[in-house]
Design a protein around this ligand. Structure first.
Ligand SMILES: [Zn+2]
Length: 483
């Protein structure tokens, strides 16, 4: 039986003299600061924060994450930078916003061009793994998501980069082998699990635990493509989903999350068994969330509302704090800086260390570009403002290789603004932007957004694209991404 995994944090039981933890006294006496000798990042594709029990969800979906949070840190309002895999993970691994790193859109097929292309990280952007590698760390990534193949350039700096690492059990197997192979070295390891992404494959007992029956579930035999087609049909208002079907879909997702949480427990066990428990910092998060008709759609990649950008962020850091919950909004754009700081690696990565002193009032930004639409948002305190641009090229054809800054400057467009009070209206349903009572709040947020936009758009990149072959296109489509 795996014991409660606390990663050697300051525990109340460990208090010794006048409330000062022993580990702290030890390190103060030796003039040492606590640095992890290993950093492990676990990304659970599609896990929205409000379906995590540590975040207050009423189903016990994530006992392992809950245990990690009790023994470490939890950021209650962590936000991904975008709402689908590629732009979001690229931001996590570079500390840049999509406008800056350029990995914005998925499969693109321009008129007159036979080959499809996809956006990739701009060629000269430094990566997190490069910083770790330059400091002598060994870097390994084991990923199950075709969007993050070597073509994405996210492999830069990794000594081992496996974007086809397979299902959770295979990833765990690779993790064990990697840790054995690198025994004694400082390691940065990135794991990316896809089991909370459709098609959901829950266990019968978890479905029953959550009040359902796997075998009679409407979506039991849905493939990723079936979900993708349903998503598209709902978006086009060609299909509807009943309340009962939605309940079943959510139950299936929750049960899939519960099953995957069991695999995270095995990852912790692998660390434990190798004696790395007190040496390795572990961060668990998601690249984005998942929508269940919160704003009339299913899936992800369609907006930057909270169901898609509010993600869990839990960390267990050797010698770190225990059971601390941070309430201020934070962004994934600071993850790279944070991981390097935890490993004690000097770096030039942009951002701030979330485990250090932070401005708790700092705004958090997100952005998404899909075809003719671009949206960015700012959250500050309880307020959140979205600004959406709809491009209307005069000749009907949009230059999809143009950086978003150039499009805004040169292409005719309409702008739409929404404002929400996320305390009174957590699900962002009641748009306050037209209410004069909130005019000054709206202006304050627009100033924040404009200031941020000036900064990121000054380093905006034209899109670097990769011409994708049939087999890659097939693998991406197999995830359920249809045009
Ligand atoms: Zn994803």
């Amino acid at each position: 039986m795996l014991r409660f995994w606390s990663g050697g944090c300051y525990k109340r039981e460990a208090l010794d003299v006048a409330g000062v933890p022993r580990t702290s006294l030890f390190h103060v006496a030796l003039g040492l600061s606590v640095m992890a000798e290993g950093v492990l990042v676990i990304v659970i594709d599609c896990l929205r924060a409000d379906h995590v029990s540590a975040h207050g969800y009423d189903r016990e979906t994530t006992p392992t994450l809950d245990g990690l949070a009790r023994g470490g840190l939890l950021w209650e309002h962590a936000h991904s930078v975008s709402s689908w895999t590629k732009p979001s993970v690229t931001s996590m691994l570079t500390g840049l916003y999509p406008t800056e790193h350029g990995a914005f859109e998925g499969i693109k097929r321009s008129k007159g061009k036979l080959a499809a292309t996809t956006d990739i990280l701009q060629s000269n952007a430094p990566t997190l793994a490069e910083s770790f590698a330059a400091a002598g760390w060994r870097c390994g990534a084991f990923i199950n998501n075709a969007q993050l193949g070597e073509f994405s350039r996210l492999n830069r700096g990794f000594h081992v980069y496996d974007p086809s690492a397979g299902k959770a059990d295979r990833i765990l197997d690779s993790l064990g082998k990697w840790l054995d192979q690198e025994r004694g070295a400082r390691t940065f390891t990135y794991l990316h699990f896809l089991e909370a992404h459709w098609p959901y494959k829950p266990r019968r007992r978890h479905m029953q635990e959550f009040g359902g029956d796997r075998d009679t579930n409407y979506f039991r035999d849905f493939s990723a493509r079936d979900f993708g087609k349903l998503r598209q049909a709902i978006a086009r208002k060609e299909a509807k989903i009943t309340e009962d079907q939605l309940t079943q879909m959510i139950r299936m997702y929750d049960a899939a999350v519960r099953r995957l949480d069991g695999k995270i427990k095995l990852a912790m066990k692998a660390i434990d068994e190798r004696g790395l428990r007190d040496k390795m910092a572990v961060f668990v998060t998601a690249d984005h969330g998942e929508e269940f008709m919160d704003h009339g759609r299913i899936g992800h990649g369609q907006s930057v509302y909270d169901e898609l950008t509010h993600v869990p962020l839990v960390a267990s850091i050797p010698g770190g704090a225990c059971g601390v919950r941070h309430a201020n909004p934070v962004s994934h754009v600071n993850l790279a800086k944070t991981l390097l700081a935890v490993g004690g690696v000097d770096n030039e990565m942009p951002g701030v260390d979330l485990t250090g002193e932070v401005d708790t009032d700092a705004p958090v930004f997100a952005e998404l570009r899909v075809g003719r639409r671009y949206v960015h948002s700012v959250r500050k305190g309880r307020w959140k403002l979205h600004r959406t641009y709809k491009f209307q090229p005069q000749d009907g054809e949009l230059d999809r290789s143009a950086g978003i800054g150039r499009l805004i400057d040169e292409c005719p467009h309409k702008v739409h603004i929404e404002l929400y009070d996320t305390v009174m209206d957590r699900s962002e349903r009641e748009d306050l932007s037209g209410d004069t009572q909130y005019e000054s709040v709206g202006r304050m947020l627009l100033d924040e957004l404009d200031g941020w936009w000036r900064k990121v758009s000054s380093s905006a990149v034209e899109h670097d694209s990769y011409e994708i072959d049939d087999s890659l296109e097939e693998r991406i489509r197999a995830l359920g991404y249809v045009d």
